[in-house]
Design a protein around this ligand. Structure first.
Ligand code: CAA
Length: 256
């Protein structure tokens, strides 16, 4: 149900359950967790790309057919499981790009939100329609969506269940780019190369400073930035980058 492939310098995770629009059954969530653990152990991968099989959906959310007739403890554990797996994605040592090829609803949008960046095809549709089921988002949507698009837009999407098409998603910053459906994977790889050409540990410091800083009061965020920028100075790549500038040549980063 989940395929993990290495394509050139990238790991590519595909949700492969197109007959159910790649809905997140608990089994598929477990496979995503195992795949993320595998990616975290890969030393030669420079970014993770995530997409859905088929042309219709990235992922239509949690598997609704599994959500009924569960006791309170199982419901709570279900939310915590999804949240914990998406938190692993958020905190992977390498950045991730969601390649959204159709519907990204509910847990599917929450999966995309836990990625570092999002690209989508022109037929992509984004939504948190849980309210229509008498539910609210449970895999991080109420927390990550407002951080990305602002409180008002997020509340509107969550409280009305209104979905957002690709052009609006790009305008409100929900996705970085809309790209041709035919070349989605190639576009994802080209997009990732805009940052993976730099030092991986330095990129990780930058990502951590921004993302963890968003959860902190500004004074603590600035402290975090001071600590991580100091760590960046200590890398050999920083020495190489600054030396290359002085020598008027391109730097050769070695990820160290
Ligand atoms: N769970 C389980 N099965 C799903 C599913 C889901 N989330 N979404 C789609 N499917 C299944 C359908 O049941 C259908 O299967 P059958 O052929 O066996 O009936 C198949 O996928 C194709 O779906 P549709 O026939 O509905 O396709 P469509 O093109 O007519 O509609 C859609 C597409 C608008 C995305 C529609 O499928 C839909 O509304 N899906 C549900 C979206 C949703 O509500 N997601 C939120 C889930 S709750 C959640 O995610 C909670 C959380 O925060 C974690």
């Amino acid at each position: 149900m989940v395929n993990l492939n290495i394509i050139e310098e990238f790991a590519c995770l595909t949700l492969d359950r197109p007959q159910a629009l790649n809905a997140l059954s608990f089994a598929i969530l477990g496979e995503i967790r195992d795949a993320l653990d595998e990616v975290a152990r890969m030393s030669d991968v420079r970014a993770l790309l995530i997409t859905g099989a088929g042309s219709k959906a990235f992922c239509a959310g949690a598997d609704i057919k599994e959500l009924r007739h569960r006791d309170l403890v199982s419901q709570r554990r279900g939310a915590e499981l999804g949240q914990a797996i998406f938190a692993r994605l958020d905190r992977l040592p390498v950045a991730s790009v969601a390649l959204v090829n159709g519907y990204a609803f509910g847990g599917g949008l929450e999966l995309a939100l836990a990625c570092t960046f999002r690209l989508c095809t022109p037929n992509a549709v984004f939504g948190l329609p849980e309210v229509k089921l008498g539910l609210i988002p449970g895999y991080g949507g109420t927390q990550r969506l407002p951080r990305l698009v602002g409180e008002g837009r997020a509340l509107e999407m969550i409280m009305t269940g209104r979905s957002v098409k690709a052009d609006e998603a790009e305008r409100i910053g929900l996705v970085q780019r809309v790209v041709d459906a035919d070349g989605l994977l190639a576009a994802g790889m080209a997009y990732a190369r805009h940052f993976t050409c730099y030092s991986l540990p330095v990129l990780e410091f930058a990502r951590r400073a921004v993302q963890r800083g968003m959860d902190l009061p500004i004074e603590q965020g600035l402290q975090l930035e001071a600590e991580l920028s100091t760590l960046a100075y200590r890398t050999e790549d920083a020495e190489e980058g600054m030396r290359a500038f002085e020598e008027k040549r391109s730097p050769e980063f070695k990820d160290g």
